[in-house]
Design a protein around this ligand. Structure first.
Ligand code: AMO
Length: 428
């Protein structure tokens, strides 16, 4: 049975070993070859010698990144960094790699992001790149576990839809037989319908599509949205779930540190206590005190968010956004309706999540649709769910790639996306 590189530490001197992996490096000296074999758990030095290894002469020809199966014996009498090596009895080529490689795995000169993305299958062989997605996986497991334990049902809503949720300009159109359809921007309408349906608490992890034309280090045209919706709940309940969900995800990540390289989780802080809150109006005051001019009803620029973010050391909420800035389904704040029961979760200048209490009164909802220039008839399948007993409800949507970006301190959201879809890229 083959074992992994990380399992070698449990093996004794002289034990017989079968290992599979990629040839990362090879050094051929006169009567000895040193190979570095890499699998998903790490690297190990393999030593081949004419009197020890079958077909020794063919080994020096093996190209980098060829897939190998190595049979040999473990020895700890070695100068190698890990203190273990394998003395090879046979080195079998399972599949040869073409040479030269379009992207080096260990070459010190970092390739640009476009070359990396074009050759993503090779880029992901770099342990530090794979680690981003191992991190994402652990983070999501932790969050899933938290929502499952908090009584949420994981749901899957359609991605081919008939109506916009987050503004008509950013929609991808799809020809759906004889009808015009769209790719969903968010599961917003469906997660709300499921509250009328009585599921009470739902969460979804799925793709969301935005036809935003700008190319920035924070925007994708397809991203992974983690969404929740809760019945008989308001924006404060939703903020509490968000705060605890994010903390649980990070806690899980730190305690299940991905293996292959030095875990960055050592540096990741698990946020503690309640995330601080600042209202939109307080943000304006703060910005004005720093010499910025902001009109009520305008969104903050990235530079202004940087200024606000510099006041906080970790996650923080911006609450009570102007109703005019938020989508039609957002509940205006009772008694102060120019602002809304809404929030964004921020980390420095990055918006990680938007959420709100929702309008649950069907008449108000129709009014809000009209005030945003939308036609209630296009939303009749949604409005119907509000006419026969819709509980008050609240929820949020979180961009998974943005959360990974800030946790690992990456420069570009594309690094946190396996196969990014941006303004110009639809392959690989
Ligand atoms: P919003 O449009 O703010 O809200 O999106 C929610 C979160 O999704 C992420 N996000 C993106 N990530 C990468 N690229 C993009 N182009 C992109 N657009 C959005 C962000 C953002 O905070 N229906 C509401 C949520 C709700 O109220 O439940 C919504 O979609 O992290």
């Amino acid at each position: 049975m083959p074992i992994t590189v990380s399992e070698l530490k449990n093996k004794g001197e002289g034990e017989e070993i079968l290992l599979n992996g990629w040839l990362q490096e090879i050094r051929n000296l006169k009567k000895i070859s040193f190979l570095v074999l890499r699998d998903h758990t790490g690297t190990i030095q393999i030593t081949a010698k004419p009197d020890l290894t079958e077909n020794y002469d063919s080994i020096s020809q093996i190209t980098r990144e060829t897939v190998l199966s190595v049979h040999g014996n473990l020895t700890r009498k070695t100068q190698s960094k890990s203190g273990i090596e394998i003395l090879a009895k046979s080195v079998k080529v399972l599949n040869e790699a073409k040479s030269p490689l379009p992207l080096g795995i260990i070459d010190p000169v970092g390739a640009d992001i476009e070359t990396r993305l074009t050759n993503r299958f090779l880029d992901l062989r770099k342990p530090e790149v794979a680690l981003i997605f191992r991190t994402e996986s652990e983070l999501l497991w932790g969050m899933r576990e938290f929502f499952h334990d908090s009584g949420f049902v994981e749901v899957h809503t359609p991605k081919i839809v008939a109506a916009a949720t987050e503004g008509g300009a950013d929609l991808f159109q799809v020809q759906y037989f004889e009808k015009q359809a769209f790719l969903n921007q968010s599961p917003q309408l469906y997660k709300e319908i499921l509250i009328s349906a009585g599921l009470n608490r739902v969460f979804e992890v799925g793709p969301a599509f935005r036809a935003e034309k700008h190319n920035t280090p924070r925007h994708l045209n397809e991203f992974t949205s983690i969404d929740i919706e809760m019945g008989f709940a308001d924006h404060n309940d939703a903020m509490h779930m968000l705060q605890e969900g994010v903390k649980s995800g990070i806690r899980h990540l730190v305690s299940h540190a991905p293996v292959s390289t030095a875990p960055p989780s050592a540096k990741i802080q698990i946020p503690e206590g309640n995330f601080p809150r600042i209202t939109y109006r307080e943000c304006i005051k703060k910005l004005e005190s720093k010499g910025e001019k902001v009109k009520f009803g305008e969104d903050f620029t990235p530079e202004q968010l940087k200024l606000i973010g510099s006041e906080f050391t970790s996650f923080y909420f911006i609450t009570e956004w102007p109703s005019s800035l938020r989508a039609f389904y957002t509940q205006p704040k009772p008694g102060d309706e120019v602002v809304s029961n809404s929030f964004d979760l921020q980390y420095r200048e990055y918006e990680i999540t938007s959420g709100a209490q929702r309008v649950h009164d069907p008449l108000l909802l129709e009014e809000r649709l009209k005030s945003k220039g939308l036609n209630p008839e296009d939303f009749s399948f949604y409005l119907n769910a509000f006419r026969y007993g819709m509980p008050p409800h609240a929820g949020w949507g979180l961009g998974l790639e943005r959360l990974v970006l800030i946790i690992l301190n990456l420069q570009n959201i594309r690094e946190a996306t396996l196969f990014p879809r941006d303004r110009t890229r639809i392959t690989p």
